[in-house]
Design a protein around this ligand. Structure first.
Ligand code: LLP
Length: 429
């Protein structure tokens, strides 16, 4: 990988070489809030959202932000104000979306395993659509809706079974045999079943083929296959289908890669969507928030061991798991630019050899006490963090122009044990 050329709109360097977020010094944030801390740029999030919205403007559409990428309430509110809908995957996300002020009819509910309770919660909330992934789910939803005297609006999530390339196989979902979606050749039967069920209203067709996808071909091929199914479903009486959901997955740049070319994507897809007369839903997560965030951390010390040199930071794999879980590349920079580089491993304090952010990487010569950022961590950063080693979860900060706010406070030691009773209430069956 080359040296990072990332230039998201929210981050820049001052003349003295200090990395700042919009008009706020990262050092000032570290002083006020401590480290590690996730820092997000309002401007970067807005710009990404607006750019995608504009590209899709030729067809009736809605962006349903995939909130699993970053579900902080302040981030959600920012997108709600811009007119976004949300893609949820759990009862907890439904709750958060509602807390953030999203109306129920702006929510689509994806996910390969929704519990009867989650189905009932979303039904009584009155969400726009359930993206149903199996015949079992269809029957279950029909039953729950019947008990509630409701008709459930449904899109069938179909696996288009196209060739998908992503940096890690964990994030491919649109190839034959993946666990997600209804297998392609069972989709028309699923529609037939949906039409026969009294409490199901078949309103859409859906796919989500993976995450961090650079090529437009899998979207194009997937859409062609979805539209083919649409024709077949119309022929068997599915007259209520109104929308096409093509999922998320649009790539961002973590290093010097070109991000997804949205104009080219729109050029390939929108004419087909327009011809179908259906409205378009997209479910981007990473594309909206990925480059809008950094993980701000402090170097604790440097250490040599054998032929290796380590930079040990106060952030660990529990705060950002992507490098160790997906072998993901994240650019690392000093907040105050440092001269010279050396080949090091950048690691955290967690008692695991898999606790790293970079291996054998040429990193600026930072020293104990220096601040660094791990870039492109606005998506799948904080939301995937955990408490291993009884490490409190870190703080999140949102920057807006020359001001910043703590949007998640750092956990305390008390928080670590607050769900565990001091005195046990033993029960017998
Ligand atoms: N829609 C559905 C149904 C999804 O499952 C996902 C992501 C998205 C939309 C949004 O995908 P995006 O636009 O963010 O690529 N933790 C992994 C990524 C997992 C993605 C899971 N599904 C990572 O850190 O790379």
């Amino acid at each position: 990988m080359g040296q990072s050329v990332l230039t998201p709109s929210g981050f820049s360097r001052t003349e003295s070489g200090e990395l700042v977020c919009e008009g706020v010094s990262l050092e000032a944030i570290a002083d006020a809030v401590g480290t590690p801390t996730y820092v997000y740029s309002t401007r970067a999030i807005r710009d990404q959202y607006d750019a995608l919205d504009k590209v899709l403007a030729p067809v009736p559409h809605r962006l349903h932000y995939s909130m699993k990428a970053n579900s902080n309430l302040a981030v959600l509110r920012l997108l709600q104000e811009r007119g976004a809908g949300v893609d949820i995957v759990s009862g907890g996300e439904l709750y958060r979306a509602q807390q953030a002020g999203f109306s129920a009819d702006s929510l689509v509910f994806s996910g390969v395993g929704k519990s009867p309770l989650e189905l009932a919660e979303a039904l009584s909330a009155g969400i726009l659509m359930f993206n149903v992934e199996s015949l079992f789910e269809l029957d279950q939803l029909n039953e729950v809706a019947g008990e509630m005297g409701l008709r459930a609006p449904v899109a069938l999530r179909v696996n288009p079974e196209v060739k998908v390339d992503t940096p890690h196989h964990y994030t491919r979902t649109g190839e034959r045999g993946n666990k997600f979606g209804i297998p392609f050749d069972e989709a028309v039967d699923a529609a037939r079943r949906a039409l026969a069920l009294p409490n199901i209203a078949l309103r859409g067709l859906d796919m989500h083929i993976g995450s961090q996808i650079f090529q437009l071909e899998p979207y194009r091929d997937g859409l062609v296959r979805l539209l083919d199914l649409y024709d077949q479903m119309q022929a068997i009486g599915a007259t209520e289908i109104r929308c096409l959901d093509i999922g998320g997955g649009f790539a961002v740049s973590y290093d010097d890669e070109q991000p997804m070319d949205l104009d080219a994507l729109a050029g390939a897809l929108l004419p087909m969507v327009a011809r179908s007369g259906l409205s378009l839903i997209v479910e981007p997560g990473r594309h909206i928030v990925g480059n809008a965030g950094v993980l701000l951390a402090r170097v604790m010390h440097r250490k040599k061991a054998g032929a290796k040199e380590y930079i040990i930071t106060d952030a660990g794999m529990n705060d950002l798991v992507r490098p160790s879980h997906y072998d993901a590349y994240h650019a690392i920079e000093a907040v105050h630019a440092r001269d010279g580089r050396s080949i090091v491993d950048v690691v955290g304090p967690v008692c695991e050899s898999g606790d790293f952010f970079a291996l054998d990487r040429a990193v600026e010569n930072v020293d104990a006490g220096d601040l660094i950022v791990v870039r492109t961590t606005g998506a799948y950063g904080y939301v995937m963090s955990f408490n291993y080693n009884s490490r409190p979860r870190v703080a999140e900060v949102l920057v807006d122009g020359s001001r910043f706010a703590v949007v998640t406070r750092r956990e305390s030691y008390e928080d670590l044990v607050r769900l565990e009773p001091q005195h046990l209430e033993w029960r017998t069956t």
